[in-house]
Design a protein around this ligand. Structure first.
Ligand code: ATP
Length: 431
């Protein structure tokens, strides 16, 4: 894990938030490489789960919502973690994360567990007396329920259908840890899939397959994935069944995505609290009802971390250590690096012109500094799948070598074909 954290900082994937002020616990910044990687991941998710499906539409709603939303959703009453304090060293822990009944740091006595609400409060309005107290959303899905009617009537969706959203969520985690795995500000990728109550189980099983396949499609090693089924006593207040996809991180197994059967809980609660009818009318069946909800809820940051852990690789090549991120090409921050073999004899100018053309199709990088081997290694470290080298032959016959990151094999190719070849290899499309 230390190697991954250090690579992330050194090569501009992930930095501590407010680092020059000593950092702030549970908040992280994505640098030039990290922002590309996370955007590509979200883009892949959106492309495959929203744009490629006729039965799912998207939403992008506000982070701050009416405070009554959180009363109706049960979060004001129920969104608690049990915390305990060490009476000696004052360290604070989540009771369900402790394996002993004394402080793991100093062996001191612990307080009785007490409930701690994890929502982050905020105030809207400039006047102290009239300002409204509300919360930064702890999950993105409530606005999907609140907008349920607007969405299905404006887009003429028929049950079964889903509404998807990617966005920030905030939780005042007692103990943020394991790099970006548990943070206080993070991004979720959620789908609320509405179906008839009698189809809940069938829809749940289909989502289990679709979710699993997506992790394989983004290149996660299958043997590092498993399902964890929540026993009844650990279910969230809204769920009758939850299964999590877990990944084996260097620090142990951790949840990447939860799949929950939320039943009719949320739509009923919002109908009751807002006084607005959130039922669905099916013209085909001439019937009005509140649909059930199956929810796949994934974390964009945790998935990014899983991708980095899974891709990180140290190899020995000709007696030297090579660090390489074996990222799926569509997720890689830079798709292709353009490298003139030498700077002189017009090769640099030719390579720069070529890079400018390729840049219109995908993210590229130009590098003329240092020995070619060293330049390849720099690109391996950030997971660039293709390096294009221009040499003296390129000037004669307009061909280049394309080096593949993982095999390190080099293929000679006409310059005119390189753009389409790489664009096709880096596409989000699945068979
Ligand atoms: P945990 O048990 O790890 O606290 P959770 O079961 O509370 O997670 P959910 O409410 O199911 O998490 O949220 C759905 C997804 O959102 C999780 O699978 C995870 O990927 C992401 N997520 C939740 N909390 C955090 C967090 N503090 N930091 C980063 N991602 C998070």
């Amino acid at each position: 894990m230390e190697n991954i954290v250090s690579l992330c900082k050194r090569r501009g994937f992930i930095f501590q938030s407010s680092g020059i002020y000593g950092g702030i616990n549970g908040c992280w910044d994505f640098g030039p490489m990290g922002v590309e990687l996370k955007r590509n991941l979200k883009e892949d998710w959106w492309y495959n789960f929203v744009q490629q499906r006729q039965d799912i539409v998207g939403l992008d709603s506000s982070i701050i919502m009416h405070p009554d939303v959180w009363v109706a959703s049960g979060h004001v009453e129920e969104f608690h973690d049990m915390l305990v304090d060490c009476k000696e060293c004052r360290k604070r822990y989540r009771a369900d994360h402790l394996e002993t009944d004394v402080c793991p740091e100093c062996g001191g006595e612990l307080t009785e567990p007490r409930a701690f609400n994890m929502m982050l409060k905020t105030r809207l309005g400039a006047n102290d007396e009239t300002a409204v107290e509300t919360y930064l959303r702890p999950e993105t899905c409530q606005s999907i329920f609140v907008n349920f009617k607007e969405v299905y009537s404006s887009s003429r969706m028929q049950v079964p259908f889903g509404i998807a959203q990617i966005g920030k969520a905030f939780r005042n985690e007692i103990n943020p840890r394991n790099f970006i795995f548990r943070s206080r500000e993070f991004e979720q990728m959620e789908i609320e899939y509405f179906c008839r109550a009698e189809n809940e189980d069938e829809v749940f099983e289909q989502w289990k397959k679709d979710i699993w396949q997506w992790y394989l499609d983004i290149g996660i090693t299958e043997s590092k994935l498993r399902w964890f089924s929540h026993p009844k006593e650990s279910l969230a207040h809204y769920s009758s069944r939850t299964e999590d996809v877990e990944y084996e991180f260097p620090f142990g197994w951790g949840e990447l995505q939860g799949l929950a059967n939320r039943g009719t809980f949320d739509l009923k609660q919002h109908t009751e609290h807002s006084g607005k009818d959130l039922s669905f009318f099916s013209q085909q069946e001439n019937e009005r009802y509140i649909p059930s909800v199956i929810e796949p809820s994934a974390g964009a940051d945790r998935t990014t971390l899983a991708i980095l852990c899974d891709a990180y690789c140290e190899e020995e090549v000709d007696g030297d250590k090579r660090t390489v991120l074996k990222l799926q090409p569509n997720l890689a921050p830079i798709k292709a690096a353009v490298l003139p073999l030498v700077k002189k004899d017009g090769l640099a100018e030719m390579a720069q012109d070529f890079e400018k053309q390729l840049r219109k199709k995908f993210n590229t990088f130009y590098d003329q500094a240092g020995a070619i081997g060293r330049r390849y290694r720099r690109m391996d470290e950030v997971g660039t799948p293709f390096c294009i080298c221009l040499d003296y032959d390129s000037k004669e016959d307009n061909t280049v070598t394309v080096r593949e990151r993982d095999s390190m094999e080099q293929t000679r190719m006409p310059m005119a074909e390189v753009g389409d070849y790489i664009a096709q290899r880096c596409s989000n499309e699945r068979d």
